[in-house]
Write a protein that binds this ligand. Structure first.
Ligand code: AMP
Ligand code: GLY
Length: 424
């Protein structure tokens, strides 16, 4: 088979790595890929948002399956365009991807299907927003969110009236996130532990993956700004059999069922970002795709052939399959460019990768990297994902941090507390 993976992050590198282990697969292409994917696949210089270019490439090459990593092409209808041409592709249609593309949609959807989430109000104009701020409809802190995709930066925690006014000014008046901020959501702040829950969805059912937890804040102890994710572990230490069952029954099932009732059949990966609260799990956000960096950790544990799963989702045969995962835990730490998630420099030489990779059980998935000859350079905010699996989380993290000790580039930053359990 010939496979095309769309994306250029650590998530996509780990997907390519897993796909490359499939006996069904002969050729793998990645658009546009990174400095790591080129070692095991062919990078193609087509942007993730170039629908026409991707479609043409898939047709010309006779691609059997396309797997889409990031949300933007899903929300804007890449899957729909491929399907119109009879090309097989893994991911939700744009009608289903709206579950991530619009927070207003997802909040209303959750209310309608009684899926637990934080209390909220949706507003469409600055004067309605000002009214809510003035009347102090939510007690502090609360959250103001842009409706549309804002690359993980659209949620602002509000501690007082002044911050609320500034947030509305930025989102609705200055339109810092463009149309994404034309509608905003005011949301109650909910306390608890965050965890990620992903399932393979075939439109009718969800097939749970192993649990995982990502670490979104830049600095140790969950301090500093939110990022795309600075590390992940699998399983989530906060989920046991009962809580998995609870999430599945109260959140995943009604979501997939509700989407089918809305004529928005959800096929692909459904990701529920959860807050485990004293009143049970609540949905913070949905994603319509694999999480990044959770996927890097989870691919280390997937024993079943990923292409067989993709085939099962596309052809509605997933229910006949048994998806197997390793019982050994895994973890992933992100090495980032100093300055990320704000401004950072690119083009720094990365050294020590070969030595780090020699540690048994360690895999390094590239994100923002570029290869020139035999050298690898930084090319983004999140640069590398150092992952490992072992018999215990403690051993996993020892391997990861040992591997990291060999790697360096100018201004490299990373968290040193990933996988270190604390009493909450
Ligand atoms: P989101 O943009 O919805 O993914 O939110 C980004 C991050 O903001 C989440 O991962 C949480 O850490 C935090 N967050 C979002 N909504 C809430 C909420 N209602 N209560 C507490 N924290 C939140
Ligand atoms: N790790 C969070 C995300 O993929 O959105």
């Amino acid at each position: 088979m010939k496979i095309l993976v769309v994306g250029s992050g650590g998530r996509e590198h780990s997907i390519v790595w897993k796909v490359s282990q499939s006996p069904h697969v002969k050729e793998i292409y990645v658009a546009p890929g990174n400095g790591g994917t080129s070692d095991i696949a062919e990078n193609i210089d087509i942007s993730v948002n170039d629908v026409v270019g991707l479609k043409q490439f898939a047709k010309d090459k006779g691609i059997d399956y396309t797997i889409v990593g990031p949300e933007v092409p899903l929300v804007s209808g890449l899957v729909d365009e491929f399907e119109k041409e009879g090309l097989k592709i893994f991911g939700p249609s744009s009608r289903a991807a709206i579950i991530e593309g619009s927070k207003a949609f997802s909040k209303k959807f959750m209310s309608k299907y009684e899926i637990p989430t934080a209390d909220y109000v949706i507003v469409n104009n600055p004067s309605a927003a000002t009214d809510i701020i003035k009347k102090e409809r939510f007690k502090y802190p609360y959250v103001i969110k842009a409706d549309g995709l804002a690359a993980g930066k659209g949620s602002i925690i509000i501690k007082n009236k002044k911050e609320a006014k500034t947030a509305i000014e930025r989102l609705m008046v200055k339109k810092e996130f463009g149309v994404a901020g034309e509608t905003v959501i005011f949301e109650e702040f909910i306390e608890g532990v965050e965890t990620s829950f992903m399932v393979f969805a075939d439109g009718k059912r969800g097939f749970p993956m192993v649990t995982s937890k990502d670490f979104k804040r830049l600095e140790n102890n969950d301090e500093g700004p939110n990022t795309g994710g600075m590390g992940a572990i699998s399983p989530s230490p906060y989920m046991d059999y009962d809580s998995i069952k609870d999430v599945y029954e109260r959140i995943i099932m009604p979501t997939i069922y509700g989407m089918s009732l809305e004529s928005r059949l959800f096929k692909g990966v459904l990701y529920a970002g959860l807050m485990l609260t004293q009143d049970g799990p609540k949905v913070l956000e949905y994603n319509c795709r694999f999480g990044d960096p959770e996927t890097q950790a989870m691919m280390m544990r997937l024993n079943t052939d990923l292409i067989e799963i993709v085939d099962g989702v596309v052809n509605n045969t997933l229910k006949d399959m048994n998806i197997e995962w390793s019982l050994e835990p895994s973890g992933c730490v992100v090495l980032a460019s100093g300055g990320y998630p704000e401004k950072y420099e690119k083009g720094k030489e990365i050294v020590g990768l070969k030595r780090a990779k020699m540690i048994k059980g360690v895999q390094i998935f590239h994100a923002g990297t570029k290869k020139e000859g035999n050298k690898v350079y930084t090319n983004g905010g999140r640069v590398l994902n150092v992952c490992a699996s072992a018999t215990s989380l403690k051993k996993v993290m020892e391997k990861v941090y040992n591997a990291i000790s060999f790697i360096s580039f100018e201004n490299m930053v990373f968290r040193t507390d990933i996988g270190v359990e604390k009493e909450k």
